[in-house]
Design a protein around this ligand. Structure first.
Ligand code: 4NP
Length: 156
């Protein structure tokens, strides 16, 4: 297993990345492989440190049967040592992480590299939208998590 410590990253860490983390955890538990992975999420911005996920994030997770337990945290340079794979939601997250001078050995990928329906696109930020944008966000992350897990398990 090459990349078993995974950090999902967005801007605020109250919508996309905590949802990605919760969906990923849910799926690896279903498969009985949760002990193979260590997963967290964070935001590049400090706006929501120690905040619960957005109420709409919590609602969509609950409606889809995915347990969420998270408080917002900001990505820190020390996390480059703590993780093998950083999964960012959009180009601006990617640029923000690059500004922190990541070491060469850490892998940084966009979440939708794993989405067969729209490879490499951004995961749109639902924060500015309405509840249906959170449902769309869940669907994107759900598909992408399936393929991310498949790809990680292939390497195992
Ligand atoms: P997220 O969405 O990056 O998916 O968590 C956002 C949440 C909050 C803010 C921006 C994006 N904000 O500016 O507070």
């Amino acid at each position: 297993m090459k990349e078993n410590r995974i950090m999902f990253i967005c801007l605020g860490n109250i919508c996309r990345s905590p949802l990605a983390e919760a969906i990923f955890q849910h799926k690896i538990k279903e498969k009985g492989i949760e002990n193979k992975y260590y997963v967290e999420s964070s935001g590049t911005a400090p706006y929501h440190i120690n905040d619960l996920p957005d109420p709409r994030t919590r609602r969509v997770a609950k409606e889809r049967g995915v347990h969420m337990e998270h408080l917002g945290q900001q990505f820190r340079s020390v996390d480059f040592e703590r993780f093998d794979l950083l999964v960012v939601m959009d180009d601006s997250n990617y640029q923000n992480i690059k500004k922190l001078n990541p070491p060469e050995n850490i892998e940084i990928v966009k979440m939708r590299e794993y989405d067969p329906e729209s490879k490499g696109d951004d995961v749109p930020d639902p924060w500015y939208g309405d509840y249906s944008d959170f449902e769309k966000c869940f669907d994107i992350l759900d598909r992408a998590c399936d393929n991310l897990i498949a790809s990680l398990e292939d390497q195992a």
